[in-house]
Write a protein that binds this ligand. Structure first.
Ligand code: 3PG
Ligand code: MG
Length: 374
């Protein structure tokens, strides 16, 4: 990846190190529901302290839009970090200051004041050209932490040198968000299995009715062009749909749930891939030597529509090939099904892992590579 790593830093005995982490963890009622991103920074913290450094961590949390907002205080993270790595300080939410997202040089200067070195271990935020990501390497000896280095190794390995067959599975709601990634995955993978809300725009491009399913009219032409070009896209062959009167997350409201083919009738909403698709995707995943999965197959948070996502999660967990799962929602699904420890690499980055696969680089990596010289 060509960026400095921890061993490239000058001696750290008695030095103060600023650690940019991505502790943007999911919270519910002020409680952390998944601390993966905090645990993932521990190897770097332990290494730095083993060298005699004093570590101060910093992170963003949510999107508080440049002003202090108690709802986005890092206090719950500080508490958990205090349990996992006692004595590591944590600065308040970087995004309480508009200078962070604006990449304001004055904010960078305040942030690095008093520090001797900088470590970026915030893989999940390294696709953002924000002050704390791209600023410090211009002024301090800087390096990628263990997590950032490992994420980059794994994901660039998929991009550059995957074992074949390479099967990619993409879900999530919007084609428009992921078109560039779809193109990039089609360049490296041998087949791309598409589920989630975005599959309905592809199904519509094949001429299927989609009922009330998620659907982006302005993306139909782009989907059609990909299908017409004979790109190796595999779409669902059946769909689980919710009937008229039904509501997501509210089974008591009624509404039938049934399997339909690739066409969703008027008044019905497709919300998961069906059992035939789950079996087909499962077979394809089992035959692969490299698997990359991003994005749920359906609305798995509603138990009536978790089956497709669960089937894919189980197939990925059972796969003999090298398995990588990227993205907050897919990682959350794995945790919900208790399968997260059966995946070779669960990425801590959603947007960052997709952008790295797509571009082969990230602003945070570029900044470390340029270093103090620029
Ligand atoms: C994430 O959770 O995807 C990262 O922490 C980046 O957060 P952001 O999308 O708000 O920049
Ligand atoms: Mg495996």
């Amino acid at each position: 990846m060509g960026v400095p790593t921890l061993e490239d830093l000058p001696p750290l005995q008695g030095k103060r190190v600023l650690l940019r982490a991505d502790f943007n963890v999911p919270l519910a009622d002020g409680k952390i529901t998944d601390d993966l991103r905090i645990r993932a920074a521990l190897p770097t913290i332990e290494w730095l302290r083993g060298q005699g450094a004093e570590v101060t961590a910093c992170t963003h949390l949510g999107r508080p839009k440049g002003k202090a907002d108690p709802k986005y205080s890092v206090e719950p993270v500080r508490e958990r970090l205090g349990e996992l790595a006692p004595g590591v300080e944590l600065l308040e939410n970087l995004r309480f200051d508009p200078g962070e997202e604006a990449n304001d040089p004055a904010f960078v200067a305040r942030l690095i004041d008093g520090f001797d070195a900088y470590v970026n271990d915030a893989f999940g935020a390294s696709h953002r050209a924000h002050a704390s990501i791209v600023g410090p390497p211009r002024f301090l000896p800087s390096a990628a932490g263990r997590l950032l280095a490992q994420e980059v190794d794994v994901l660039l390995g998929l991009r550059d040198n995957p074992k074949r067959k390479f099967t990619a599975i993409l879900g999530g709601s919007k084609v428009s968000d992921k078109l560039a990634v779809i193109e990039a995955l089609l360049d490296v993978a041998d087949e791309l299995l598409i589920g989630g809300g975005m599959c309905f725009t592809f199904l519509a491009a094949q001429g299927n009715p989609v009922g009330n399913s998620l659907f982006e009219a302005d993306q139909v032409d782009a989907c059609k062009a990909l299908l017409d070009a004979g790109r190796p896209i595999v779409l669902p062959s059946d769909i689980t749909a919710l009937g008229p009167g039904g509501e997501l997350f509210a089974p008591e409201k009624g509404g039938d749930v049934r399997q339909v083919g690739t066409g969703v009738p008027d008044g019905w909403m497709g919300v998961d891939v069906g059992p035939g698709t789950a079996a087909d995707f499962g077979d394809r995943i089992a035959e692969a030597r490299t698997v990359f999965w991003n994005g749920p197959m359906g609305v798995f948070e509603d138990p009536r529509f978790e089956a497709g996502t669960r089937a894919v999660a189980e197939a990925v967990a059972d796969a003999h090939g090298f398995t990588v799962v990227g993205g907050g929602d897919s990682a959350a699904a794995l945790a919900q099904f208790g399968l997260d420890d059966r995946i070779d690499h669960v990425s801590t980055g959603g947007g960052a892992s997709l952008e790295l696969l797509e571009q082969g680089d990230l602003p945070g990596l570029h900044a470390l590579r340029e270093g103090i010289a620029t």
